[in-house]
Write a protein that binds this ligand. Structure first.
Ligand code: ADP
Ligand code: MG
Ligand code: ZN
Length: 484
């Protein structure tokens, strides 16, 4: 109830791990899962006297994200040292960007609960390196793995424009879609490739001034972000309603207990003693460079969704599901291009197969769409057989199952298994005659006005023809024979 008086103010800081082959400032591999402390060299271990060299791909990827989020790309940006001590940070500082980041003043459009669009400002996107990993949950000791030291990240900082946990979810979803469409990050929150810190405050509705904010860290799924925000908003409101004050602090989300626990009082920028990194020259980005990146920028999720609605006549819901992930959208388009008849009905048919059958199996088997056993051109070849009346929609389900198993093209399966639809009227007539003869009682009922039994006759005839009779002809012949 108290909720109605207050509104939340939320700003997100999202870290995305860039998918480069090598680290940000040395040639070490970024490969995940190698033996602890094996992906290292004197540079990323922070040995004295070594010099970092910037990986050009890091800048390239960051420009991609900057352009995709409508940011201004700075012609000159500066790396800075962010100094702090932690066992997983052998150098004692993290190379980041501070006062002069590479991207500023962008935005992302999200959809609110009522379907209206809302623009969330992006304050900045900067490049930085990751720290290592401390592994605490062992009986023995705390262990440190520095393989991740120096792996490139971008930090995307939003304006405090977000008002509800749902909006935060949508914003994060949009960021994930962008980085994966741009192919600069795998977007996996569970594995930490995408990490989100949430800054939260509450204020009385109708007031301008922001309240004191807290920062919640350690949410490694979309659900956790939503739940952690709901928790923290409620906690702050209750605190204020009880006459207390929100203290600026950093909290850790405990997903098992569903609570945010205080971690430390909030550090200030000056605690880090930021200063320009003396070992690296400023990053200069020319107009030509930006234009080159613009040229290779793929079609982004929103545009692709709209094109699917316009060009293929897909319902909005279908377009959203199909474009949620780029490989799925690619699969759909590839299949659609092989249709023998191209219209909104046949496109919708491809969409149905992709949304139900393809995605179902992909989810069940936890495989990537790119590894899906049924090639898109085979899926559409099968749909073409339905369109042309060679097989029924029902038989197609069997063909699909067989394609899943063998990876064969549908033509081979249909021929091998004799699944061709029967459109020979004499064969169907014979089957209908048999069914009617066997079910004299039902025929009486039908002729007496109980027309509901018609479906029963259709079913029996299909059964008698092992599902292969052309359903349209079955209907026609049955009507003719019964009606007379
Ligand atoms: P800090 O210096 O504490 O890191 P910043 O100004 O850099 O704070 O902002 C960090 C994030 O917090 C940004 O995403 C910003 O939008 C958000 N933010 C700033 N002030 C507030 C506030 N009062 N309530 C909620 N979020 C805020
Ligand atoms: Mg901050
Ligand atoms: Zn290294």
């Amino acid at each position: 109830m108290t909720n109605d008086k207050y509104e939340a103010v939320i700003g997100l800081e999202v870290h995305a791990q860039l998918r480069t082959e090598t680290k940000a400032f040395c040639g070490c591999t970024t490969k995940f899962g190698n033996a602890p402390n094996s992906n290292v060299c004197p540079v990323c271990l922070g040995m004295p006297g070594v010099l970092p060299v910037l990986n050009k791909k890091v800048v390239d990827f960051t420009i991609r994200m900057g352009l995709a989020t409508h940011c201004t790309i700075a012609p000159k940006s500066i790396f800075a040292r962010k100094n702090y001590f932690y066992p997983d940070l052998p150098k004692g500082y993290q190379i980041s960007q501070y006062e002069e980041p590479i991207c500023r003043h962008g935005y992302v459009d999200i959809e609110m609960e009522d379907g209206a669009s809302k623009r969330i400002g992006i304050t900045r996107i900067h490049m930085e390196e990751d720290a290592g990993k401390s592994i605490h949950d062992l009986d023995v000791d705390t262990l440190v793995d520095v393989n991740r030291c120096g792996v490139p990240l971008i930090e995307i900082v939003s304006e405090p424009d977000i008002r509800t946990p749902h909006e935060a979810y949508q914003y994060l979803y949009a960021i994930k879609q962008l980085v994966t469409y741009l192919d600069i990050c795998d977007g996996n929150m569970e594995e930490g490739s995408l990490r989100c810190d949430a800054n939260i405050s509450v204020r009385l509705k109708g007031t301008e001034a922001f309240g004191t904010k807290t920062e919640v860290k350690n949410m490694n799924s979309f659900r956790h972000v939503e739940r952690a925000l709901e928790y923290e908003i409620q906690r702050q409101i209750e605190l204020i309603e009880d006459g207390g004050n929100v203290v600026q602090e950093t909290l850790l989300w405990d997903a098992n207990k569903n609570v945010a626990v205080p971690m430390r009082s909030k550090e200030e920028a000056h605690d880090y003693r930021y200063f320009p990194e003396p070992d690296l020259v400023p990053v200069l980005v020319s107009e030509e460079w930006i234009n080159e990146v613009k040229k290779i920028l793929p079609e982004l999720p929103k545009e692709r969704r709209n094109r699917f609605i316009q060009n293929f006549g897909l319902p909005k819901y279908d377009a959203e599901v199909i474009t949620a992930e780029k490989p799925v959208a690619d699969y759909f388009e590839n299949a659609a291009s092989h249709l023998s008849q191209k219209n909104s009905d046949t496109y919708k048919s491809v969409s149905n197969w992709v949304m139900t059958d393809v995605l179902r199996v992909v989810n069940e088997r936890h495989i990537a769409v790119n590894d899906f056993p049924v090639r898109p051109e085979h899926l559409s070849a099968m749909i073409n057989f339905i369109i042309e009346g060679t097989i029924s929609g029902k038989i197609a389900k069997d063909v699909f199952e067989e394609m899943l198993k063998t990876g064969e093209e549908p033509k081979a399966i249909i021929e091998r298994k004799g699944l061709m639809q029967v459109s020979d009227t004499s064969v169907i007539e014979k089957a209908v005659d048999d069914v009617l003869a066997r079910n004299a009682e039902q025929v009486e009922k039908y002729r007496g006005g109980k027309t509901q039994v018609f479906g029963f006759f259709v079913g029996e005839t299909m059964k008698a023809t092992k599902g292969k009779a052309n359903p349209k002809l079955v209907n026609e012949i049955l009507k003719r024979k019964l009606g007379g």
